[in-house]
Design a protein around this ligand. Structure first.
Ligand code: PGA
Length: 251
């Protein structure tokens, strides 16, 4: 049985007071309702340590949204995976489509970041997903498989088994347009197949694959009910306490 994950991706949002209020409400909710899902908050670097303190006594885990491909040195503005780990975070998002697009992050860079994360004891949440253009051409399965195999090529089976994968079709991110449960399930099945071909059936059966892209309280139950969907990476709706609690409870 794969335990589901509901991860809130705050992106570049929330001032400290707002972040604290939201986190405290989520702590209360998870303590009172003991959700089935593992709850993860992907916070700006600035709140990694605070987030870890605010969630003390609850099962909520803290994640970074990115890390450096370097472990230390003269890289002004960068934050190393081992620094993220040293303040108590346990996950890091790697290769979100916004980083691939706006910061030109490619497979070589993402692989280096994954290695840093794993060496530091963090679980990478590796994102993949196609644009609307690719979806319209109906080459989305090949495209996403390619994104993954480019990274998997430089990882061994143990490293691949340590990943969480997030499938996030770019056309569904922040647009209010969610992939249908059938579209998402079919891609998740294809992703699990890529993992199986690259590693073993056991690893493919155990790896967790999250769906992201306009997950809302009304769409979460059906999405999370699909056999290959192991939870969600939630952007906009994770900033609203009521919506995010409903999504957590749907998993
Ligand atoms: P969204 O973002 O839920 O606002 O579409 C998801 C994500 O980018 O992780």
């Amino acid at each position: 049985m794969r335990q589901k994950i509901v991860a809130g991706n705050w992106k570049l949002n929330l001032l400290q007071k707002e972040a604290r209020t939201l986190t405290k409400a989520l702590v209360k909710h998870t303590i009172e309702n003991a959700p089935n899902a593992e709850v993860v908050l992907c916070v700006p670097h600035l709140y990694l340590e605070k987030g870890n303190n605010w969630t003390y006594g609850s099962s909520i885990k803290i994640s970074a949204q990115d890390c450096s491909q370097h472990s230390s040195g003269a890289f002004t503005g960068e934050v190393a995976a081992r620094q993220i780990s040293s303040v108590g975070a346990t996950y890091v998002v790697i290769g979100h489509s916004e980083r691939r697009e706006y910061f030109k992050e490619d497979a070589t860079l993402l692989t280096a970041k994954i290695k840093q994360a794993l060496e530091s004891g963090l679980t990478p949440i590796l994102c993949c997903g196609e644009s609307l253009e690719v979806r319209k051409k109906e080459t989305h399965v090949e495209f996403v498989s390619g994104q993954l195999t480019q990274v998997f090529g430089n990882l061994d089976n143990t490293e691949i088994a340590s990943l969480v994968i997030a499938y996030e079709p770019i056309w569904a991110i922040g647009t209010g347009e969610t992939a249908t449960p059938e579209q998402a399930q079919s891609m998740h099945q294809a992703i699990r197949n890529v993992v199986q071909v690259s590693t073993t059936e056991k690893i493919a059966n155990e790896i967790r694959i999250l769906y992201g892209g306009s997950v809302k309280p009304n769409t979460a139950p059906e999405l999370f009910g699909q056999s290959d969907i192991d939870g969600g990476l939630v952007g906009g709706a994770s900033l609203n306490v009521d919506d995010f609690c409903k999504i957590i409870d749907a998993a």
